[in-house]
Design a protein around this ligand. Structure first.
Ligand code: SF4
Length: 402
């Protein structure tokens, strides 16, 4: 079918088949893809509002046994650079988040064999006890699977226990490309196959949680595989309706085992646009300014995005792989308004909370992103001694008095 005919289908609000989406992605001029995606956005968000959330992206540990070859963030068990954040450090990060108007942590980390399920439960309970209204958008599907394997409990039981401890929603990390050929090549099949990732999300939705979905493109996958990823997400959304939003970003190659080059800004905009067109049952698409920079982030609003994501107070993962863009609330709001939209703060469910906080009160400007912990800090949190370690290195650390 010709690109013009497919474009007519999109304008008419019709769902695209895999073949139509592939033809459009490959052959449509970038400006046309953008106009079509913008049309879908405008139908779904006719009021011209672009949202963002004030939260903090905290990585509680960088110790990971998964060893994905595209990841520059993880450290092996026993590495001198490995860390686990203490509960007190996490409370301090929450205090700082609240001070700039935030109400949520995005909490993700490596698959650390020395952190049992009870550590997570105690942490979530402690946070909720101290900050009852603070939200936890935490633990991507592979982390939940890791806990299921570590505890020898089914995924549904892990989700249930985490919800009881305070989990509010699940971030869509660890999806990369939901095609097993790609996952084998990226050494991430073992942490979660495509079916396993989707099934954790299915079970989270059945348990009443809303979640996001993501796609990291630009490694070894084909165009067909990118579209297969989108179509699998669309199918699960048809089934459960549990996804709040979709976020895509390009692979960041620095310091990774896989190496390679980063996809261009044009490829990002084309990929975002085709996602907006294909994911007709997703309400929200985020702009990934953290990997693309503020200006491409702003341009994303003309290619299907209706959300600027998070005011990143802290970022560790893509920074380790070479990207370290920073925008505080004032900068995000300026980018939204300069693009002709109305900027509104939202919560994790994409409900509007109100106007920018920096308009209502003095908020400290944040011109640099924080990191999980300062360079050279090798402190081991005291409460870790209360939890059994699985690895030899972890066991040794826990018997040495600090
Ligand atoms: S991407 Fe996540 S699971 Fe994979 S090595 Fe990095 S921290 Fe571990």
């Amino acid at each position: 079918m010709s690109v013009d005919r497919i474009a007519d289908h999109v304008r008419a609000g019709e769902r695209l088949s895999a073949a139509e989406a592939l033809e459009l992605y490959r052959a449509a001029p970038t400006a046309l893809l953008g106009r079509l995606a913008d049309g879908v956005r405008a139908r779904k968000h006719a009021e011209g509002v672009v949202t963002y959330i004030i939260d903090r992206n905290v990585n509680y540990t960088n110790v990971c046994v998964a060893k994905c070859n595209f990841c520059a963030f993880y450290r092996e068990v026993g590495s001198p650079d490995g860390y686990v954040l203490g509960f007190d450090e996490l409370f301090r990060k929450i205090d700082e988040t609240i001070a700039v108007g935030g109400a949520q942590l995005l909490l993700q980390g490596g698959h650390n064999p020395d952190l049992p399920l009870t550590w997570y439960e105690d942490l979530f309970r402690a946070i909720k006890e101290r900050y009852p209204r603070f939200k936890l958008h935490a633990l991507s599907p592979p982390e939940i699977l890791h806990l299921s394997r570590l505890s020898q409990l089914p995924v549904s039981a892990i989700i249930e226990r985490l919800i009881a401890a305070g989990l509010d929603s699940v971030p869509g990390g660890g999806a990369e490309i939901l095609v097993d050929r790609v996952r084998h090549l990226l050494h991430c099949y073992g942490k979660a196959s495509a079916d396993e990732w989707l099934d954790v999300m299915r079970q989270a939705h059945h348990a009443g949680l809303r979640t996001t979905a993501t796609m990291m493109y630009g490694t070894v996958e084909t165009d067909e595989e990118r579209l297969e990823h989108l179509l699998r997400l669309r199918a699960l959304q048809d089934e459960t309706g549990g996804f709040t939003a979709f976020i895509t970003w390009s692979y960041q190659p620095d310091h990774t085992e896989l190496l390679g080059t980063e996809a261009t800004g044009i490829e990002y905009l084309r990929t975002l646009a085709i996602a907006r067109i294909v994911l007709d049952n997703f309400d929200n698409l985020q702009a990934s300014w953290v990997t693309q920079g503020g200006k491409v982030g702003q341009l994303s609003l003309a290619y299907g995005a209706n959300d600027m994501g998070s005011v990143m107070i802290e970022e560790n993962v893509v920074r380790a792989a070479g990207a370290s863009y920073c925008m505080d609330e004032a900068e995000i709001v300026r980018n939204i308004e300069d693009a002709g939209f109305v900027a509104k703060r939202r919560d994790m469910h994409y409900e509007v909370l109100g106007d920018p906080i920096c308009r209502a009160r003095e908020v400290p400007r944040m011109l640099e992103l924080a990191t999980a912990r300062a360079d050279g800090d090798v402190h081991v949190p005291e409460e870790l001694m209360n939890y059994p370690a699985r690895s030899r290195a972890g066991k040794q650390l826990r018997v040495i008095p600090h």
